[in-house]
Design a protein around this ligand. Structure first.
Ligand code: UTP
Length: 409
């Protein structure tokens, strides 16, 4: 473990010596915990807060055509057959991204524990498992499910699953792993302290899943099981279709390195990332990077060129991801509410964003690949994200969509 002097030298290098402000007051155990955390923390990206101009910029954005509904309907039978074949051979696994903090929803429990039921309990996790069970029935065996948590919600998530007997899923086909953490800072790039002996950290973004899978040893299990495709999906879409055989088959039959479920955007400025090519490779242009020119652009059919939004449901050919482990994905600066202590050492729970988190994003993984198939799905049937309590992408809107889809709440 680092000595005090070594820790101080590391912090000086990154202008973060305030981390040791309360060191002398701490007991030995807390002193050691802080030194250990300083040693383990990567402060390398924090300078981007002040040197934003140096952040790696975007490449040249051009359109990428999607496989649209009519084409999917025409080929549904063949795609589904191929998908079921891969699934029944155990070649497809599912990766639930449940490491996020869900701060907008405002519950202190993991998001998967949120109950959207009205007349009975319908937990978010239960909805996901129910959808996955449909595929289990079709392919005749449990689909291996890998659940990514973070150190903030790992224990509660596991306990919740145990308490509910995995909602009837085969527990021997479920693995948990934790994602890595990154420090959080104020608007000047100084890390916040969560307590006198702990730097404020947050999960390092949904793009951290593959490297975290590797570091936690879970990737060895993936390889041992002979899994070739990983379907990564967000926890908060209660209509999420997971390892959808038709989608799996379409991606395989197209020979693509990845597939991305997409929905037709409602308006050109809708707040979803759109599939595109960036310097000729597949990528996603985030809504905040959508310029008026991109919004107005038309493809060769005269339709809006960036019209398909991603819903955080991707199918990755696992062997194509190996090179990502060696290279570090860039960190993105995201404005968030960060619980911390103030200058008097008193705890603060901010109600408004007060600084930055640093996140790796799935879009940077897609950009590492040679090909990605955008695959259109019907929004009303497959996209009911819960980000907020009320309004857009909320518990309310998701409940309405569930009811329209015949799900009793
Ligand atoms: P969001 O981008 O909505 O982030 O996550 P969030 O942290 O859950 O929510 P807010 O912004 O604080 O309200 C989209 C998906 O990515 C996962 C989330 O759990 C969700 O499934 N995620 C996000 C992670 O697994 N790890 C992260 O570090 C961030």
């Amino acid at each position: 473990m680092m000595t005090y002097e070594e820790a101080k030298a590391k912090l000086e290098k990154y202008s973060q010596t305030h981390v040791l402000k309360y060191y002398d007051e701490l007991n030995d155990e807390d002193k050691n915990a802080l030194l250990e955390q300083i040693e383990a923390t990567d402060f390398g990206a924090l300078h981007y807060v002040e040197d934003r101009d140096e952040m790696p910029g975007r490449g040249r954005i051009t359109p990428l055509g999607a496989m649209e509904l009519p084409e999917i309907e025409d080929n549904r039978e063949a795609f589904t057959k191929t998908g079921i074949e891969a699934l029944s051979q155990g070649k497809v696994g599912a990766v639930l991204l449940a490491g996020g903090m869900g701060t907008r929803l405002g519950s202190s429990d993991p998001k998967c524990m949120y109950d959207i039921g009205i007349t009975k309990h319908v937990y978010i996790m239960q909805r996901l498992i129910e959808n996955l069970q449909d595929v289990v029935k079709q392919c005749g065996r449990p689909v291996p499910l890998f659940i990514m948590t973070s150190e903030k919600n790992d224990k509660k998530t596991r306990e919740f699953m145990n308490e509910h007997d995995f909602f009837g899923y085969d527990r021997n086909s479920v693995w948990f792993f934790r994602q890595e953490m990154a420090p959080a800072t104020d608007y000047n790039g100084k890390v916040y302290m969560e307590s006198k002996c702990r730097i404020a950290t947050s999960p390092n973004g949904n793009g951290g899943w593959y490297v975290s899978m590797q570091r936690s040893g879970i990737l060895d299990i993936v390889h041992k099981l002979g899994i070739e495709w990983l379907n990564t999906f967000a926890v908060d879409n209660v209509l999420q279709r997971i390892t959808d055989p038709c989608f799996v088959g379409a991606t395989i039959m197209r020979g693509a390195a990845a597939g991305a479920k997409v929905v037709r955007k409602v308006t050109p400025d809708e707040k979803v990332g759109a599939m595109c090519l960036e310097d000729g490779r597949p990528s996603i242009v985030e809504y905040y990077d959508m310029t008026p020119e991109l919004m107005a652009a038309k493809n060769d059919k005269g339709q809006p060129a960036y019209n398909f939004g991603v819903i955080l449901n991707y199918l990755f050919r696992e062997k194509d991801l190996a090179r990502i482990v060696g290279e570090k994905l860039p960190l993105h600066i995201v404005e968030k509410k960060i619980p911390c202590i103030d200058e008097n050492g008193e705890p603060v729970s901010p109600t408004e964003p007060n600084g930055y988190k640093f996140e790796q994003l799935v879009l940077d993984m897609i950009h590492e690949l040679d090909t990605c198939l955008p695959y259109e799905v019907v929004r009303e049937h497959e996209f009911a994200p819960i980000k907020n309590k009320t309004g857009i992408d909320s518990v309310e809107s998701a409940r309405k969509l569930c009811e329209m889809d015949g799900i009793t709440l």
